[in-house]
Design a protein around this ligand. Structure first.
Ligand code: MRU
Length: 344
């Protein structure tokens, strides 16, 4: 399995996703500031993976903090990590989880506090893999046999601690004996589909065909796509889903063509404090991601640009949300709350 992120004696080691597929290189973050930079610059990306990174960032920050000023330093560390990216709620979920544990153990000697936080960060990682495997088991029966699955962005092992959310469902469907292949949207402008999803599927011997984003409608209409499976960065209480920009267009086209549109996401991606997707903060990234491709300009200098990194798919386009606790269907207000069981 691809090792996306690991805790080592040297620091937090991450596969550098900005260098894939050309180079498989690894970055070692030795401070919480380096972890924050890795999240900001998308060395690590994908909602569950940045949650794991944030948990490890808190742990490494505390491990290197001045024991006499732990309360104040934890606040600074948490603020810095929380400022990296606004949309994926897993980031804030992980920072909260680490802070809750800190409050429980802060009376203990520093070495014990440090060790407990490191153990918790490792647990967040291990649990994420188990959660993805469980999600795969719930999702696999939904995938039509003998058809193609369309996916958008990268919601695979690289976007998680391992196995993946949407790609986990695809892996589990194949492991259950289904004969399926994958169409991957290239996912402009950051090209997570072309660079990461295709690389990851090839690595695991799963047949992947790359299409540009504007080809999705053509293939959804052509009859060979059995379902769409995507991940999510934040899901509101009513089942509106924030995911990589372009997901909304795919969902509308899927509904228009009577193709099921599934979202695979862990319970930690639910934000039941938000009534609808309208309240989800959408990250706007730099213009160069749109005007340049690998450093080469593809638009005239000075071009005005918008670059929202995510969009919101209204719940009416979502056939079901696959979680580690089971599959939620409309009405999502009740089905999601029931699955979350008061945990989110
Ligand atoms: O900007 P990114 O690459 O972090 O966006 C990632 C996505 O939108 C994924 O589809 C989402 O996080 C689901 S990952 C399991």
């Amino acid at each position: 399995m691809i090792e996306t992120i690991q805790w080592t004696d040297e620091g937090v080691v991450m596969i550098n996703q900005t260098r894939l597929p050309a180079e498989e290189t690894y970055v070692t973050c030795r401070t919480y500031q380096e972890v924050a930079d890795a999240i900001r610059t998308m060395i690590i990306r994908g909602a569950p993976a940045i949650g794991v990174a944030a948990a490890m960032g808190v742990a490494i920050g505390v491990a290197k903090a001045n024991p006499a000023e732990l309360d104040a330093q934890l606040e600074v560390i948490s603020k810095e990590l929380a400022s990296t990216r606004p949309t994926a709620v897993n980031l804030f979920w992980a920072i909260d989880r680490m802070n809750r544990l800190y409050r429980e153990v802060r009376h203990l000697p520093f070495e014990e506090v440090r060790d407990r936080l490191i153990a918790e960060a490792k647990l967040v990682r291990a649990e994420d893999i188990e959660i993805n495997v469980a999600m795969g088991k719930h999702g696999a029966p939904l995938v039509p046999d003998g058809k193609t699955v369309l996916t958008h962005c990268n919601a695979g092992a690289l976007a998680t601690a391992g196995y993946g959310t949407a790609l986990g469902v695809i892996r589990a469907a194949i492991e259950s004996g289904k004969n399926i292949d994958v169409y991957a949207d290239e996912t402009r402008p950051f090209l997570q589909g072309a660079r990461l999803t295709v690389w990851e599927l090839q690595h695991d011997g799963i047949q992947a065909t790359l299409i540009t984003d504007n080809m999705a409608g053509h293939f959804l209409r052509a009859g060979q796509i059995g379902c769409v499976v995507v991940g999510a960065d934040r899901i509101a209480a009513n089942g509106d889903v924030a995911n990589k920009i372009g997901t909304y267009s795919v969902a509308v086209l899927a509904k228009e063509n009577n193709i099921p549109f599934y979202v695979a996401a862990p319970i930690s991606t639910l934000d039941l404090t938000l009534a609808s997707g309208e309240q989800i903060p959408i990250e706007e990234r730099g213009a160069a991601e749109v005007t340049h491709v690998f450093g080469v300009p593809v638009a005239p200098a000075g071009t005005l640009v918008r670059n929202p990194a995510f969009d919101v798919t209204p719940n009416r386009y979502v056939t079901a949300i696959i979680t580690e606790k089971g599959v939620a269907r409309a009405p999502f207000e009740s089905s999601l709350r029931e699955l979350a069981g008061g945990t989110r």
